[in-house]
Design a binder for this molecule. Structure first.
Ligand code: NI
Length: 146
């Protein structure tokens, strides 16, 4: 979409858009429930989230985030496999936190940074290890535009 109304004073662009009635009502409800400052602030958050998600799918785009894993540490060879995979990807892993959730279950959070394709591959490999009950990659942003 071409934007013709750049407001140079506050660095914001003014857009006019149309939403179906139901969706407009949902937007207002979301603004209220999330305690957003305004419709504009909420829409900006949603667009930023979509941009981060979209960029993270490009191969060489540098991304940062966290991989969260839940697993039963009694599962055979599971911890050894997870450790091997992490050593193979040591350049991507900034930090690891391990929490013993219960007698059986462990929660591990890996802070990761690197090229999107490599980070995604690492997350997929860890989540695919037999015995991992849940694995999720969450990608974040500093909010600075490049
Ligand atoms: Ni544990």
């Amino acid at each position: 979409m071409k934007n013709r109304n750049n407001d140079l004073e506050d660095g914001a662009a003014r857009l006019s858009l149309s939403l179906p009635n139901g969706l407009a009502a949902e937007l207002d409800r979301l603004v209220a429930e999330k305690g957003a400052a305004s419709r504009s602030a909420l829409v900006a958050d949603l667009v930023r989230e979509a941009v981060v998600e979209h960029r993270s799918r490009r191969g060489k785009q540098e991304i940062a985030g966290a991989i969260t894993l839940v697993y039963d540490h009694h599962a055979r060879n599971l911890q050894a496999k997870l450790t091997d995979l992490q050593h193979d990807a040591e350049s991507l892993i900034v930090s690891v936190m391990h929490v013993h959730l219960s007698h059986h279950d462990c929660l591990e959070t890996l802070v990761v940074r690197g090229p999107a394709d490599k980070v995604r591959t690492l997350a997929d490999r860890l989540a695919a290890v037999r015995g991992v009950k849940h694995g999720k990659l969450t990608i974040t942003t500093t909010g600075h535009e490049e």
